[in-house]
Unconditional design. Structure first.
Length: 277
């Protein structure tokens, strides 16, 4: 049983009940942590409704991670020291997601990079003086950082930068006893995901190909986040953990796998036909 009693978490990225950040916040709270939320103004009313009368929420303050002043104001408003920081933020303008990368405009590129990758640097810089030793920072990334996924486009470039930032920060803040890691989550239907063209098809394909034969849930990702926030991960920093039902390990789609198995040499047993004794 993981015990986070007395630990204080900062969670950025709750927009609705489907947000990965919301799943993580609930999981941290169930282990005993208290949570301060940083939210984007456009989700104010949704957030207030979602978080009304929840005792483990210590505070909720507006925070636009694209603006240094907004982030500084957040840290002025949120009192005390912290043990956990969760960055679950990503954005690219719809026009950029709708066009092949070669047509990406500079302003859209800059927005995607600022909001999705630079924001981790900005939050870490502002939070670090108030992070306790043994603290944990966590961000959320996606396989589009290293492979071409239809519709993900410039977000993949931003996620690649975010993963690099994770390693750079980990190397820098380790001497303060703070760890920095990332979860590369499989696709989950959230507000941000609905902006990715063809997302439902991606969901279906990934469930078809993944070893666990399903998509991951908010709960799956939150469980891994709890691990990173806890002392169980005390020796882990700068890592990207895939929480994707195993999709990322597959080199060929399952149909091809079955074809190869059916061509097994005499005396070999295709994996699908093997039965436990
Ligand atoms: N849903 C998926 O399939 C999936 C898979 C892998 C990784 N991720 C990543 O998980 C993270 C959370 O996304 P989600 O899927 O829960 O969607 P979501 O829409 O619930 O969360 C995205 C959050 O980013 C916030 N945000 C955007 N621009 C901001 C700004 N300028 N300032 C402050 N906040 C801002 C939004 O307010 C929202 O809370 C993102 O980094 C996303 O890329 C999502």
């Amino acid at each position: 049983m993981i015990d986070l009693k007395g630990k204080r978490a900062l969670v950025f990225g709750v927009a609705s009940e489907t947000s990965i950040a919301w799943g993580i916040a609930q999981k941290l709270a169930a282990a005993g942590a208290t949570v301060t939320l940083g939210y984007q103004k456009r989700f104010l009313s949704r957030l207030m409704q979602l978080t009304k009368d929840i005792p483990w929420i210590e505070g909720k303050f507006e925070c636009d991670v694209a603006e240094e002043e907004s982030v500084q104001r957040f840290f002025e408003e949120a009192p005390g020291d912290f043990d956990i920081l969760v960055h679950a933020i990503g954005f690219a303008p719809a026009e950029a997601l709708g066009r092949p990368v070669i047509f990406t405009e500079q302003k859209d590129f800059e927005t995607a990079m600022t909001v999705s990758a630079y924001s981790m640097i900005r939050l870490a810089r502002n939070a670090l003086p108030r992070m306790n030793a043994g603290g944990s920072m966590l961000t959320l990334t996606y396989l589009g950082s290293e492979r071409v996924v239809p519709g993900y486009r410039i977000m993949g470039t931003a996620k690649a930068a975010l993963e690099s930032v994770t390693r750079e920060l980990a190397a820098l803040v380790g001497q303060r006893g703070v760890r920095v890691n990332a979860i590369s989550a499989g696709p989950i239907k959230t507000l941000a995901a609905s902006g990715v063209p063809g997302f439902d098809k991606i969901l279906g394909w990934m469930a078809h190909c993944a070893p666990l034969k399903r998509n991951v849930t908010q709960e799956d990702v939150a469980g891994a986040a709890l691990f990173f926030a806890s002392d169980l991960a005390s020796g882990v920093t700068g890592q990207i953990l895939y929480v994707d039902a195993g999709y990322s390990i597959m080199g060929v789609p399952p149909g091809l796998d079955a074809l190869l198995s059916s061509q097994a040499a005499p005396g070999e047993t295709p994996v699908q036909e093997a039965r436990p004794a």
